[in-house]
Write a protein that binds this ligand. Structure first.
Ligand code: ADE
Length: 309
């Protein structure tokens, strides 16, 4: 523990301030105000626990990111950004709420809204593929969350089933803002290659830089996955090189689908998986697509999908 003596400056500089607007009941709360119940998940730079806030008995997801670990894996910037961006997105639709944040000598802590139904990745593993109607509702909820993030000036850059959490009512709670990046001007681009390979758009892979459209590419991959259980350019068992080769040779007009694939689903997936970003569908255009005709805005806003617990 001794070697952690001078971790402070890097984090003070980053102004990892305490508190989140709008969640006043946890103001000043620290470790002793929560009862840790069990581990929910573990990532490269942190562990998320299910915890109970003693004062109100509220269940929360308690994310702990050890400072030394963040430094070791070079994730300080991402972790700091995650809190900053998340706080800004907090009131968006279908976004998992950041309830509180604080830090001590050892770690950064995020207290997040607990999403009791897990994530879409687990849901597909445990329950199989969603019905087409539910896939449409999940997609629409993701599109609304992404659209809100874009309106705030950020690209999300990490859309994948693991980050699509499901709230108590089965609604999408988009989480994990560590990859999000602000685009400062109309032609600003984010050049870092990041995100998960299977969801990466051609412009990101080829270093042309990514704009908001990259998130809609990922949405196209997500729809394909919700409908088939696999990603369109290769799954985990395929090599990285093979995945990249397929991605670079991909043309939306020659894209092929399983024969049983619904024609409207083919059409919307193709429109999101357009290699030319300027021709790619965005959230608002997509809601006018016939694929969404069977979904009412009431279904989307109230979460009419089947419960997954
Ligand atoms: N795993 C990571 N974040 C979570 C959250 N907010 N709710 C449930 N499980 C999670």
């Amino acid at each position: 523990e001794e070697q952690r003596g001078n971790l402070g400056s890097e984090f003070v500089e980053a102004e990892y301030a305490e508190g989140v607007p709008d969640a006043s009941c946890m103001k000043g709360a620290t470790f002793r105000d929560f009862i840790i119940l069990r581990e929910l998940g573990r990532g490269l730079c942190g562990t998320v626990y299910l915890a109970k806030y003693r004062l109100t008995d509220q269940l929360v997801a308690f994310k702990v990111m050890r400072k030394q670990k963040l430094i070791d894996v070079g994730e300080v910037r991402h972790a700091v950004r995650e809190r900053e961006v998340h706080a800004m997105m907090n009131n968006g639709p279908f976004i998992d709420k950041l309830l509180h944040s604080y830090q001590d000598k050892w770690a950064l802590y995020l207290v997040l809204e607990y999403a009791p139904c897990g994530d879409l990745f687990q849901a597909m593993n445990y329950h199989g593929l969603p019905t087409l109607q539910d896939a449409k509702i999940y997609t629409a909820q993701c599109a609304l969350a992404i659209d809100y993030i874009h309106q705030c000036g950020y690209v999300y850059r990490d859309l994948k089933p693991e980050n699509v959490l499901l709230g108590a009512n089965g609604c999408v709670r988009l989480a994990d803002f560590g990859m999000a990046k602000k685009l400062e001007t109309a032609d600003d681009r984010a050049y870092t290659i990041c995100g998960t390979a299977q969801y990466m758009s051609p412009e990101v892979l080829t270093h042309r830089g990514c704009r908001f459209e990259a998130d809609f590419w990922a949405l196209g991959v997500l729809i394909y996955e919700l409908c088939t259980g696999t990603t369109p350019f290769g799954g985990d068992k395929d090599s990285r090189q093979e995945l990249y080769r397929r991605l670079l040779h991909h043309r939306n007009d020659t894209m092929t689908f399983p024969t049983w694939f619904n024609a409207e689903t083919c059409s919307i997936v193709k429109s999101f998986l357009h290699e030319d970003e300027s021709k790619r569908l965005d959230a608002n255009q997509s809601f006018d697509h016939p694929w969404f005709a069977s979904v009412s805005s009431m279904d989307v806003l109230s979460g009419a999908q089947a419960p997954v617990l």
